[in-house]
Design a protein around this ligand. Structure first.
Ligand code: NAP
Length: 320
């Protein structure tokens, strides 16, 4: 099969399009024909060799995607060849024509959802759902700031928060991003590159502050987030690329908290909850993944450069 293969950790150029042996399904496993693979920032950290998870070399990148079950191994009962699925954290990477996954790593993709949309479900929507429901324990009466709302996780968070009735404020770094954030349901959208935009956020809450912040770039924003919180506010750290100093008294004054997580640490029960919620959302239309950029598999190097640049517009995918 054709696959992007990494033989050594390093810059995007270490990814090569090669012929690679196609996987075979063992007991409890399935082979999925990949129609679209999601591109995520963590794919780039992993390829660099700087991520907490360092795969054995050579490896195929890509932690999520969507496609059709090609074959199943002994003992697989919930899926059969021909089923449409989205896949999260499979055994082999998704930047390839086929991937190998455990049965538990497959999730049913409703007919109305395209493979391109499905490729952006597991990480972005899984993270946003887990952050909102399990970590922030968000409520309809609360105000949410999605700090970095134009990307994969941000758009998912805006849609999910609107679906439960929250008041939603989102930020983006471009006019196109702001338009998307508003279109997907944010009541207010502000440009995180404009000086004074945090004053505008505070003003939008009538000076009260926000109840929950979902933070995509904590190393830049965490200190400011604390000052934007209402009483009993919660900052949930989703993304961070470095260190930052904060003023602990900002938390004390508000009886506020900061919490971080990675999707890798989700429990089985929480994961079941997430995918039940996402399936229902896909069926009733409140979950509607936005694919901003589609590139052929051969353009994986370009994808890894562009995913770290500003100007996010929903999800980026690769097509094998
Ligand atoms: P993405 O699609 O590349 O989006 C990045 C987002 O960050 C965009 O909305 C971007 O806005 C925004 N951003 C850029 N500069 C910002 C700033 N100064 N302040 C606030 N936001 C800013 O990435 P993603 O898939 O949504 O992931 C977002 C982050 O979460 C990444 O760091 C990723 O590694 C992390 N993540 C963590 C988990 C986890 O398990 N904890 C799971 C998934 C993702 P513009 O481009 O419009 O400027």
């Amino acid at each position: 099969m054709r696959a992007i293969v990494v033989h050594e950790f390093g810059p995007p150029e270490v990814m090569k399009l090669e012929e690679f042996p196609a996987p075979k399904a063992g007991p409890g496993q399935a082979v999925v024909r990949v129609h679209a693979a999601g591109v995520n920032p963590f794919d780039t950290y992993m390829r660099n060799g700087t991520y907490a998870i360092k795969p054995a070399l050579p490896y195929i990148p890509g932690g999520e995607g969507a496609g059709v079950v090609e074959s199943v191994g002994e003992g697989v009962t919930r899926f059969k060849p021909g089923d449409r699925v989205y896949v999260g954290h499979p055994i082999t990477g998704m930047y390839a024509e086929y991937t190998l996954a455990l049965e538990s790593q497959l999730h049913r993709l409703p007919e109305r959802t395209t493979f391109e949309q499905g490729a952006g479900l597991y990480v972005a929507y899984g993270t946003a759902y887990h952050a909102l429901y399990h970590h922030a324990k968000a409520h309809a009466s609360e105000t949410l700031l999605v700090h970095g709302a134009s990307g994969g996780v941000g758009i998912a968070a805006v849609q999910l928060a609107r679906a439960i009735g929250m008041t939603v404020i989102g930020t983006a770094g471009t006019d196109k991003g702001l338009e998307l954030v508003r279109h997907e349901g944010a009541h207010h959208a502000f440009n995180h590159r404009n000086p004074g935009y945090t004053d505008a956020i505070m003003k939008a809450t009538g000076g009260r502050g926000v109840d929950v912040v979902l933070e995509m770039l904590a190393n830049v924003n965490l200190a400011t987030d604390l000052k934007l919180l209402a009483r009993f506010g919660r900052v949930i750290i989703i993304g961070s690329r470095g260190d930052i100093s904060i003023t602990p008294r900002d938390l004390m004054a508000r009886t506020a908290s900061v919490r971080g997580f990675t999707l890798w640490g989700i429990s089985e029960a929480e994961e079941a909850d997430v995918h039940a919620g996402l399936f229902a959302g896909l069926e009733n239309g409140t979950v509607c993944p936005i694919v901003g950029k589609e590139l052929p598999l051969a353009d994986a190097v370009r994808a890894h450069k562009e995913i770290l640049e500003t100007g996010a517009h929903g999800k980026m995918i690769l097509r094998p």
